[in-house]
Design a protein. Sequence first.
Length: 739
Amino acid sequence: MKNLIIVESPAKARTIGNFLGKEYKVVASKGHIRDLPKSSFGITVEDGIFKPKYTIPREANPTVKELKKLAKEAETVYIATDEDREGEAIGYHIAKAIGKDPETLPRIVFHEITKNAIRHALENPRKIDMQSVDAQQTRRLLDRIVGYKLSPLLANKIQKGLSAGRVQSAALKIVVDREREIKAFKPEEYWSIEALFNTSVESEIYSFEGQKIEKMTLKNEAMASRIKESALTESFVVDRIEKSRRKSKTPPPFMTSTLQQTASTQLGFSPKKTMMIAQKLYEGVNTDLGVSGVITYMRTDSLNLAKEAVEEARAFILSNIGEEYLPSSAKRYSSKAKGAQEAHEAIRPTRVDFTPEKARAYLGADELKLYRLIYRRFLASQMKDAEFETQSILFKGEKSVFKASGRRLVFDGYYKVLGYNEKDRLLPVMKEGEEASLDKIEMKQHFTEPPARYTEASLIKRLESLGIGRPSTYAPTISILQNRKYIEIEKKKIHPTEIAFTVIEMLEEHFPEIVDSNFTSRMEETLDAIAEGKEEWQKVLARFYEPFMQKIEKGKKSIKSLKVSKPTGEKCPECGAELLIRKGRYGEFIACSNFPKCKYSKNIDGSEKEKPEESNEVCEKCGSAMVVKNSRRGKFLACSAYPKCKNAKPLKPPRELDVPCPECGGKLLEREGRRGSFFGCSNYPKCKFIANFEPVDKKCPECGYMMGRKLFRKKDIYECFKCKHRMAVDENTQESPER
């Protein structure tokens, strides 16, 4: 063996290995093989100098042993980890683990895993970027300091099992602050006035007695009634007709945050799922040319595109879509994200000729959905803007002026690829000065609504706008908040739990910088400065460490206990153990400290809690009686032996559909889940067919798979579960899907 190439993942190793001859051996480190110890702090601080103690985890020992052996036999060892800072740090630790000098090993990087990209990288190796390694090491040590020193304090003062983190705590405060806004919100009344002219022209009040009326300015019924009564006595003419052209700008290609947001809103994918699928598409899948990566690197905050990729896209647009859709020059985009790595690339397909139609034969259903999203967005980014003609007509009376608005698509531009489903709203041909008849006028009462809770997509957008975290941290941050029970996600909305408020309140009072988005954003900028050689990493750690540790030591003595469980001084009437005040999702209650052995509990006012209703059902798992319990989604049956037996099921049996499962022919059932009802196969987990809208006995004219019925933009349509082809229900016409 002449050459050894070390990557992180086995899938990546297999793909690269397929491109190279026998003179190369490609192996995987299987992720991190050196890290701070799990069981101790792992950092010594002497005279302001930070010395991390890295160890090789037990599970990584066989991998390290094999890498050492192969490295001794190789003429040249190449480090080929991912191109971001974490990949740079992993490469550094691989070199250290196998006994090589990190600053002498050749380092190869590539934005895509294709044969040409790998060959080009081997012809142009560089050295490991030690400044990027220092930046990543600083991030790791900062997170260890915060997590290892602050988390025990939370556990001691509030509740066991809690954790704090530099990014996660700032993100949690954003969620908690939104919930505070919602709780403090007081709705305000306002009215709207709509009128119908010449039997068909819908309009809204525009001005009254010379004063322009903006939305939500009509604060009460009396004011609205005055305008309505006046309008009914007035004569109207067409006062002004306006037409103008407006362009809808071409969207840029995806970067990590926008891919996660769009996949969430259009495909219903969680950020974690999006990144898992994107990783697979990047590392290599079967294609018409063999195993190859079909998208570029998916952890990026850059909107740059390789010149060759842009030229390939422009040639494809010219030959397959039409010359009228091709701009005179290539479109360029730059990221507005703080600290964006502009040397990187946006997320794009590695080959424009590997179309979604061609990919359908090689990719799984979810892989195809995400690939189609990426492919179409990239192609659209190099097409002309769409153009609309906007129309407006002002109907003027003695005191009142009403405005009708319309628009039509005059050039679809990039919508040719992304799809456009809205119908033109055309206004009739009229002449200025002609009379207009007021046929109907209606006033409606409204109330302002509180700000919406964050979804995973909107939270990522917020984190990005504030400069909190980086592309690789968005999905893990949300997962940590869920795993720590700080948030719950119901019907795609993020709800903070009771414990989240307690944690944030304590951090706001005693460690405000940890939850301050500006502090977290500035720290990200400081890490960027380390990577650019403008800051020294030891000094950055020292500036943070000393004042932070002083607050920790002070907090151990001065912070009052906020423990969720507080003793009442009473004894349990059933077992004699101490009664505690506990917090649940519905507020405080009193329960036995001997739970779960003793399940005695009562309301905070001393009244007995309602006991679960008895049922005639018997638990099929343990034989105990089933009881009726309440949850946020309503009543359900649960085993009375809980928590020993955790069996639970719906109070009513699931509805059985008249159509069979398209995968195995089994029964399809309507079930209730965390995000509402869904349809699944009765043979689960052997068959994992699942649908968010009701399957019907109708085959897709495009691919022959089962279709379902749903509402889309207030229209009743059929949609294919596999290829997403859409058709109107009331017409046998096809709908162009927006993806």
